[in-house]
Design a protein around this ligand. Structure first.
Ligand code: SAM
Length: 279
């Protein structure tokens, strides 16, 4: 009999992937965790029934959440990642020669442990004990509340706004994120699908634009995620993605990201503009 892993993307829509093997199925203190070998996407991480990452398309997500904000900043030295327990964002961030220090704070030590075991390609920087990277197990909400004017770039690589990730989508969290950034700092957060999650995106946009002088949204394709159309929201104190010019050479190879995408990702379809700016 065929086996499937299913994400309920909406009350009316499921995405199921045929699975050849269930490698892990358990519960941490915070969430249900599954690692499966799927036939279409390769190995997949599933938290609370939501698809988080897959071997086949992870490069699209991790390159886009890391390189867009890092190349927007002319000299990112200190980077904070909230969430990102699979290690994919950290793997991309440490590739930037300008980056000196990366702190990653994920609430769930079990996700980190399982990612190292089952996703060595994604967890590479953690497995190799990259000297730039410090991994902390803790709540990103409390961590952010205590940080002050320290980071150049903050990456919020969080799960959906349910369960432990809920508090990472609040006005108070964005206020603390502003406070944790240097005077020219910027942050990015994965903000779900502009096709499927419109009220959430509007709520995030409203909060971030009340706090940050520059708020921008960019889109990309992530086949595993609802509708395949995903977006990220940037709050920036100084650097505007819409007037970006290359400020340094890219010294490493990427499979998705390039200079053209750094610009074009911010060109929005009309229905997304309407969602953010109204008529
Ligand atoms: N790429 C993914 C997506 O968009 O679905 C996100 C992947 S990453 C695995 C999400 C991580 O956020 C998980 O490891 C989870 O433990 C972590 N997380 C959720 N709530 C958190 C919180 N309050 N503080 C820190 N990490 C949190």
């Amino acid at each position: 009999m065929k086996q499937y892993v299913t994400e309920h993307q909406s009350p009316y829509l499921d995405l199921s992937a045929e699975v050849s093997e269930v490698l892990y199925k358990g519960k941490s203190e915070f969430q249900d965790i599954e690692v499966v070998e799927s036939k279409e996407f390769g190995r997949m991480l599933v938290l609370d029934g939501v698809f988080q990452t897959s071997i086949k398309d992870e490069f699209m997500y991790h390159e886009m959440i890391a390189h867009i904000p890092l190349f927007l900043h002319p000299n990112p030295k200190n980077v904070l990642i909230i969430g990102g327990g699979d290690g994919g964002a950290a793997r991309e961030v440490v590739r930037h020669p300008e980056v000196e220090k990366v702190t990653m704070v994920d609430i769930d030590g079990k996700v980190i442990e399982l990612s190292k075991k089952y996703f060595p390609e994604i967890a590479k920087a953690m497995l190799e004990n990259n000297p730039k990277l410090t991994v902390k197990v803790g709540d990103g909400i409390g961590f952010m509340a205590q940080a002050e004017a320290y980071y150049d770039v903050i990456i919020v690589d969080c799960s959906d706004p349910i369960g432990p990730g809920e508090g990472l989508f609040t006005y108070e969290f964005y206020k603390n994120t502003y406070k944790a950034l240097k005077p020219d700092g910027l942050f990015v957060q994965q903000t779900e699908s502009p096709f499927m999650h419109q009220p959430l995106i509007q709520k995030i946009w409203k909060s971030v634009s009340e706090i940050f002088p520059i708020t921008r949204l960019y889109t990309t394709f992530i086949p595993l995620y609802p509708s395949g159309m995903h977006c990220f929201t940037i709050g920036s104190k100084k650097y505007d993605p819409l007037t970006w010019k290359p400020n340094r050479a890219q010294t490493f190879k990427t499979r998705y990201y390039n200079e053209g995408i750094q610009r074009s990702a911010f060109v929005l379809p009309n229905f997304v503009k309407e969602l953010l700016y109204g008529e």
